[in-house]
Each structure stands twice: as structure tokens, then as C-alpha cells.
Design a protein around this ligand. Sequence first.
Ligand SMILES: [Zn+2]
Length: 298
Amino acid sequence: MRNAESTTLHSADIGIIGGSGLYEFEGLKDVQKVTLNTPYGAPSDPLVLGKLGDRSVAFLARHGAGHRIAPSDIPARANLYALKYLGVQEVISVGAVGSLRGDIAPGDIVILDQLIDHTRGTRPASFFGDGLVAHVSLADPYCGRVRSTLGRAAAREHPAVHEPGTYCCIEGPQFSTRAESELYRSWGMDVIGMTALPEARLAREAELCYAGLALVTDYDCWHPGHDAVDARSVAEVMASNVDAAQRIVRRYVEQSQPGPCPCHRALDNALLTDSQLVSGAAGEPVPSLLLERVTRVA
Ligand SMILES: [Zn+2]
């Protein structure tokens, strides 16, 4: 972390990543905007730190202010690294999705528990490599502990919450063809989006709890009774749902308790590289923040 290595002035324990339509988080007190640079470059936007009750949070607009970063270009490693650097332990990822099921309607909310990666594999998706090999478990990509509290918060703030849900992450930026949409439905997917990956993979590698709050904006293009999705209608539905998303996250922050979680020890049994080589790997591409942890568990 080049700009802030020598200072610990800024910190947060809950990270909020806002997706389409959620570019600012209302209700924060003692707000500070922090511009960071990471070994992976700059995050999507400056991070906005503030207090919600007695918890400190860091908000990050995934697409940048003004929505200028396409899904394939989101600097996910920089984003997760910056949150980790700030001391974040839990990340709530908010995103717009299309529904692949008739009983999940536009305006509804889904608390995610599973993912299918249908991106093209070109997004940098690991902090490891270049001599350090780690295989974290991704069997349950969303943290069960955070998810259950988030689900309760959502149920108090919104009349139509679905839980759990499987998210199919496509590359975009185009929406699906009808044949693709029907294929994903035949796989049993619940919702479709473009941004949950590689975020979830990187959160696990960074030993962060990660939860997904999906805001349903459309029926993709499969529903015979609805027009195929377009970006403008997504934005309109999002605008009406952003308040609910913020209420849910605020309630989550108020009700959640920081605590130990298996997510925080995801690297314990993940490293395969010979420990002699690991301890000699300082200065290699894996950033010091993770290397320190890897060296301890090797
Ligand atoms: Zn967790």
C-alpha cells in the first residue's frame, strides 16, 4: 500500500460495495473520503469511511462515481485489497440482478448463498500465483454467519425477500441471449448478474466474510410477459430499491456483532507451496498484507 503504509489513521470493520444505482451510502457519520493505491492499482473509487452507530464502515462504489467502470474492468483485487488494508472483516456486496425465476419479481431482494462462474476467465481472480500456490475452499462462497443476520435484517425492511439464491455471473457487458437465459434457468440458477465474481473469490482469499444482497431489476429476457431487459429499466427499478438496500445494510450493521468466523482462517489449509520457498518469497507479487498471513500458516 504505497500511499498509506505508514499511517493507521483510517480503519473500518464492515465494507459495503455498492453496485449499479448505489454510488453513495446515506446515514454515515464522521465521513472521511480516503484515496488509496494498492499493489493492484487504485480501487474503483475513493473509499468513504464513516460510522453507523458504533461500527465503522467503508463504502466503495463498484463502478465508480458516475458509473464509469464496466463489469469486466472492475479492479476487484484493488477493491478487496483496500478493504482488507483498512481492517475490514465483513463485506456486504450489493448488486443489481435479473431474475431467472417466475416467483422472483423485479423489486424483490435475494440473499445469495451460491455462485456459478460463467465469466470468460479473463478477470484477474486471485491474489496468488507467481510462485505462491494457494487453493482456498469456495464450496460456500458466501459467509453463512453474515448471511443469516443480513437475511433477518432484509426481512424486517422489505416485503419480498428470497433466501437463499444462486447467482449466475456472466461476463457481459451485453445482457444474455434468450437461449442463454433459458440455459441458465435449466441449470437451476435463481438470478443473473455480471459482478459477483471474482469479488467472492478474492474476499475468501483475503479471509473476509462476504455476503451478497441482490436487488432484482428485471426478468432478464426469458419471461414471455415482460420485455427483455434494458439498461434504462434496470436503472429505474434500482432507483426505487436503493433506499431499501440502504435500510437493510444499516439494520445489518446495527444488529450484527463482530466475531470469529471460519472465513477469517480460509488460508489455514490452503497453501501448497513449500514453506521454505514461501518464507523466501518476500518481495514477490503477492502483497505483503497477504504474504505475512501466508508465512504464518506455512
Ligand atoms: Zn464469515
